[in-house]
Design a protein around this ligand. Structure first.
Ligand SMILES: Nc1ncnc2c1ncn2[C@@H]1O[C@H](COP(=O)(O)OP(=O)(O)OP(=O)(O)O)[C@@H](O)[C@H]1O
Length: 351
């Protein structure tokens, strides 16, 4: 229970479904006082208090589990290291993989519980397959697609058939004070959404060149290549306009030379994606190429593709080019039936 409305209603629904439920709030901040207040995150003392109040209203026991050290080593340090390596990680995905459905689930099972219930917007059918939420705008199947079958078998997502508006109405009906609490948007461990400032604090200044791919010329400077993401247009502060006068985008980040390479929009187009460490939950792991749909970042467009699994590598041949595919993000494959909502598997984009 994060202290937000989704997990409060998820807990209430799990009780209503007949489960024996215990509320757990994860203390993820090393020092919660330094996390922002304002009821948007998941880790302030205020959030912990909101979660406890919701558990009281629902009438379930409630505990706070301190997972701050695990969270920092597995999620926050990994986030920083990924940026330092020129990639763009998704920390929510990492948290699901390493904390919520790993460290938390392990501890829960050791204590005699059968499953972890969360307020994620996704569905798990009786067939054990992960599906998008009916509320596509709130769907979180992308950040859950890293979970293995064993993890999913011990997961319950009671909110997958509800829209966010319905969740809020239900919370109000159940007398939960968090009914109107604003959604969390940004990365929970970064105050005010200032990712650049956070990374600069962790990685320090590392000045280097910005190079134009079309001419090879140095067109600007940066104070840390980690402050850029493939596809980024804003904040490039180039010293001179491009020779063709057209806008420039970040094409690649090369930590070895500490260089950020920029170029025109069409140079961002990618038709082939390679990814590592595939996790396949949507049935048998395919031995031949399959036709499916892929999503290449959270809330990104869905593109038809041919996906091939080759040992520890996934190859995707996209039916139409996509711009701004960043290494470190997940490629998530969905079944290409009319609903297109069954997750087949995922892997981490390497190039
Ligand atoms: N600090 C936490 N302690 C316990 N569970 C958490 C915590 N943070 C997140 N979760 C669980 O993970 C789910 C998804 O987290 P996310 O940060 O996406 O929150 P959300 O969709 O805004 O949900 P909520 O409204 O419950 O905060 C939550 O619904 C909750 O079950």
């Amino acid at each position: 229970m994060s202290g937000g409305v989704d997990s409060a209603v998820a807990a209430a629904r799990a009780v209503a479904a007949g489960h024996d439920v215990t509320g757990v709030h994860l203390a993820l901040a090393r020092n919660p006082q330094t996390y922002r207040t304002g009821a948007r995150g998941c880790c302030t003392l205020e959030d912990s208090r909101d979660a406890r109040r919701a558990a009281d209203v629902i009438g379930i026991p409630f505990y706070v589990w301190d997972m701050a050290e695990r969270f920092h080593s597995d999620v926050v340090d990994d986030f920083v290291a990924e940026y330092a390596a020129g990639r763009t990680p998704n920390p929510c995905l990492r948290c699901n993989e390493k904390i919520k459905f790993a460290a938390v689930l392990d501890r829960a099972v050791a204590l005699g519980f059968d499953a972890v219930v969360t307020g994620h917007h996704a569905r798990l059918g009786p067939d054990g397959l992960l599906r998008r939420s009916v509320d596509h705008a709130k769907d979180q199947s992308y950040v859950l697609a890293v979970l293995t079958r064993a993890q999913l078998d011990r997961s319950i997502f009671p909110l997958g058939d509800a829209t966010k508006a319905e969740v809020r109405e239900e919370a109000a009906r159940r007398g939960l004070a968090v009914a109107d609490k604003p959604d969390s948007h940004d990365i929970c461990f970064i105050a005010d959404g200032d990712t650049r400032g956070f990374l600069a604090g962790r990685l320090g200044e590392a000045p280097g060149d910005v190079v134009d791919a079309s001419t090879g010329a140095v067109v600007g400077s940066h104070t840390g290549a980690y402050q850029y993401t493939v596809g980024q247009r804003r904040g490039l502060h180039l010293d001179r306009p491009a020779p063709d006068g057209r806008p420039r985008y970040v094409l690649s980040i090369t930590p070895r030379t500490n260089t950020v390479t920029v170029g025109p929009a069409e140079a961002l187009e990618v038709s082939q994606v390679r990814a590592a460490r595939p996790v396949w939950t949507g049935g048998e792991r395919p031995t031949a190429p399959i036709e499916c749909e892929v999503q290449l970042r959270a809330h990104g467009d869905v593109v038809p593709a041919t996906v091939t699994l080759d040992g520890d590598t996934l190859h995707a041949e996209l039916r139409r080019p996509v711009r701004g595919v960043a290494a470190g993000q997940a490629i998530v494959a969905y079944r290409s039936d009319p609903a297109g909502d069954v997750v087949l598997g995922s892997a981490t984009i390497t190039g």
